[in-house]
Design a binder for this molecule. Structure first.
Ligand code: SF4
Length: 355
């Protein structure tokens, strides 16, 4: 399926309706610590974060968010649970988006006040259903947090906003279990055209969570589901952004920085390829320009992949054959392979920017 979503805007960033799938993250600092939060946002932005969310648990955090807004170069979303006064406060403070579930706010007049403020300030709302915090009535009805229960919860929140004539909405349906998350999004995608924020929540620490996120988000994105994503990792949120980008790059959905191709090595390899590949990746990974770099072990598959890449090197007997855009540049001794490849990349990028 290919979910055809309508488009909304979070600040200056379009979400849905054919816009590029955006990479989001959430700060892990205490939001009230403005300096620490702004410093973390700077690191997230440098890594490619396009929308950032901060937790707003109390009025002090809501006040801090107004300062953070003046510093933050990308759209800023406030994550609020239950308290509609906090929502009103952050909207007045200039926030670009809210993550709040209207069904949890309580009295309808409170929801109506939040919706009116969102409408006045052009602020969209993300409804975020989490399998771990579903409404009791739905858990009783469905037995546990099934995909159907998650979708019913989301539609309940959507309905409240639609009754108030508000449609600047995106929806997430997160569970820590991949199959359940995928099933829930597929079910929802058949029923609504709101943009979908996708993620595997509480995916785990950086290593395991990266794999779970890549599998889950990969399935969804390949299905054509997902307008914006957040990778959730127990670790530095900068890693979330990097992983999000790698997922999008691996599916050819976005371009940012190098795509690395390297072989697993085998008994035919006559150079220390692992060291070369790791060093090449370390030297080039922070380049913002999109390009493909191949580091291959031998003449079996090496020249083919190296030729396909923008810059590639294929190992031989203690040396490598350097390629640029499919053409052989020269033979390089093993000790100079990294340097020669990096220089060739720099020369290609200089040529690109000049032309
Ligand atoms: Fe082995 Fe050569 Fe393939 Fe690398 S490119 S895995 S060294 S056959």
């Amino acid at each position: 399926m290919n979910h055809q979503s309508r488009q909304i805007h979070v600040g200056s960033v379009a979400v849905g309706g054919g816009a590029p799938v955006t990479v989001q993250s959430m700060t892990s600092t205490d939001t009230r610590d403005v300096a620490a939060t702004c410093a973390q946002i700077d690191r997230l932005v440098a890594a490619g974060c396009e929308i950032v969310r901060c937790a707003v648990p109390d009025a002090d955090a809501a006040s801090a968010l107004a300062f953070i807004r003046t510093h933050c170069p990308i759209p800023l979303i406030a994550d609020i649970h239950f308290d509609h006064r906090l929502a009103l406060q952050v909207i007045a403070g200039g926030v670009d988006g809210l993550r709040i579930n209207p069904g949890n706010i309580g009295d309808r007049w409170k929801v109506a006040e939040v919706v009116a403020a969102c409408r006045d300030h052009g602020v969209p709302i993300r409804i975020g259903v989490n399998g771990g915090s579903l409404e009791k009535a739905l858990l009783e009805k469905h037995g546990h947090a099934t995909p159907e229960a998650m979708v019913e919860s989301a539609l309940g929140h959507v309905h409240i906003l639609e009754e108030l004539g508000f449609d600047q909405v995106k929806i997430s349906l997160k569970a820590s279990d991949i199959r359940r998350t995928v099933a829930a999004y597929r079910l929802l995608a058949r029923q609504v055209d709101y943009p979908l924020h996708i993620g595997i929540t509480e995916a785990g620490t950086t290593w395991g969570g990266t794999i779970k996120s890549a599998v889950g988000l990969g399935v969804l994105l390949h299905d054509g589901i997902g307008d914006t994503l957040r990778v959730s990792l127990t670790g530095d949120p900068v890693e979330e952004v990097k992983v999000g980008w790698e997922i999008l790059k691996s599916l050819g959905l976005r371009e940012r920085g190098p795509v690395f191709v390297s072989c697993p090595t085998c008994g035919r390899c006559r150079v220390d390829l692992i060291a070369v590949a790791e060093e090449v990746e370390r030297r080039l990974r922070d380049l913002p320009e999109p390009l493909t770099v191949a580091v291959m072990g031998c003449a079996v598959n090496g020249p083919g992949e190296a030729r396909e890449a923008d810059i590639g090197i294929a190992g031989g007997e203690g040396q490598g054959l350097l390629f640029r855009r499919g053409e052989v540049v020269r033979k390089v001794p093993q000790a100079e392979m990294v340097e020669a490849l990096v220089e060739e990349v720099q020369s290609l990028l200089a040529e690109r920017s000049a032309g």
